[in-house]
Design a protein around this ligand. Sequence first.
Ligand SMILES: *[C@@H]1O[C@H](CO)[C@@H](O)[C@H](O)[C@H]1NC(C)=O
Length: 151
Amino acid sequence: MKNIRPCFWSILQALALLPTMALKDSQMTTKRFSEEPEFERPIGNHTFFLGREAVLGCAVTNLAKHKVGWLRAEDQTVLTMHDRAVLGERYSVSLDAPRTWQLRIRPLRAEDRGCYMCQINTQPNMLMQSGCIDVYVFGKKFCVPPRSASC
Ligand SMILES: *[C@@H]1O[C@H](CO)[C@@H](O)[C@H](O)[C@H]1NC(C)=O
């Protein structure tokens, strides 16, 4: 009996410590999940050839449970949600590992010129950034609206 008692006490002490340890653990978990997503770099403005493929990349860190969507800026039409294209065959989305969500438009049409928004469904305010596409048609450059001085 004498030998069991110290062991018994250390078990009791361990039990007393458990809630504290659990609390610490949940605080760490909360902290990890409360890190908000961020854009890693701007999408930028890019020029692509008519009839070819246009690719815009949206690099996101700490996405966690959030989802990335691509929208056409002009009319806020949703083009892709997470890993699915939701508007027609010309649009697709691919994840360039580890964390760049690429909007692909193919074949590119002249009317595709304009700006596109990458959106993250954070609450209460969504995060978004945009980048624009110019289209080269037979050596002539169509400019994103409105026509800029370089066109
Ligand atoms: C991209 O183009 C848009 C529209 O013309 C313009 O407002 C924006 O400043 C440009 N961004 C960069 C980084 O050049």
